[in-house]
Design a protein around this ligand. Structure first.
Ligand code: ZN
Length: 260
């Protein structure tokens, strides 16, 4: 407790990250993803991949379910489905997903947080300790003054784009809650393949509730991070995916200007 939070200012507190001896697990260090965030944005909410298959590529991660039936969060090898009403239940191996990102989580650095931190303070601290141009898996176990989550609602065909679907998302506020935030910090260049920046899902400690984390205030807890430098994307082969136009005019013009 030498870093007394009594003076309040984050600037005065120098976080001390501890290096955790890495593992020899050859499976660690790879991010395995099914489909693309761009495909989800385009309303492709049905995938062929099952969580039974995806579990082979990771014990940690996040995602969604076919028909956009809630959010997935997984850590310590257990995956949960966070449904529209905020409730959670274990994922079964036969459940399918249009988008999921997993890795084998082997923390490389960890930090005990004893002072209260807002979302932006916490994320700024993690940004300092990780590389912006690599993928990082992030896990925060702690007691939160507040966690605000959303969960998407199961959609019916014809599927609306994700920006429409999330207009009807259900939000939930947990106060004085113990639980885990799990997810990733992804590079800016990965926008569209995944979600650039932080993307974290929350599961309450009793594993009965949670959602996609919108905002939170950590009271105390442990932060763990793990660098991921391999990216493996399994692309869909559905007609829906093959026929979607992913052209991004703004990005096209920039790359054409550079590459001709
Ligand atoms: Zn999410």
């Amino acid at each position: 407790m030498e870093n007394s939070p009594a003076f309040g200012s984050l600037a005065m507190i120098q976080p001390t990250w501890h290096h955790v001896s890495g593992s020899n697990d050859r499976r660690a260090g790879e991010l395995y993803q099914t489909s693309l965030m761009s495909a989800l944005m385009a309303g492709i909410y049905d995938g062929e991949a099952t969580y039974g298959q995806i579990r082979k590529y990771g014990d940690f991660g996040l995602g969604t379910f076919n028909d956009l039936d809630g959010e997935m969060v997984g850590f310590d090898g257990a995956f949960y489905q966070l449904r529209w009403d905020g409730s959670a239940r274990p994922v079964t191996g036969d459940q399918k997903t249009p988008f999921a990102v997993v890795t084998f989580f082997q923390p490389e650095q960890e930090l005990e947080v004893a002072n209260q931190m807002t979302k932006s303070e916490l994320l700024a601290m993690i940004e300092k300790a990780t590389d912006a141009n690599l993928f990082n898996a992030v896990r925060v176990d702690g007691i939160f003054d507040e966690v605000r989550t959303r969960t998407v609602q199961r959609q019916a065909r014809p599927f609306p784009p994700l920006t429409e679907a999330t207009k009807h998302q259900a939000e939930k506020v947990f106060t004085n809650v113990e639980g885990t935030l799990a997810g990733f910090r992804s590079p800016a260049y990965a926008q569209g393949i995944g979600v650039a920046g932080f993307h974290l899902h929350f599961l309450r400690q009793d594993k009965q509730a949670g959602g996609h984390a919108l905002d939170y205030r950590l009271r105390a807890g442990k932060v763990q991070v793990c660098t991921v430098h391999n990216l493996r994307v399994e692309l869909p082969t559905s007609t829906e995916f093959l026929k979607t136009n992913f052209e991004d005019q703004a990005l096209n013009q920039k790359i054409k200007a550079a590459e001709g």
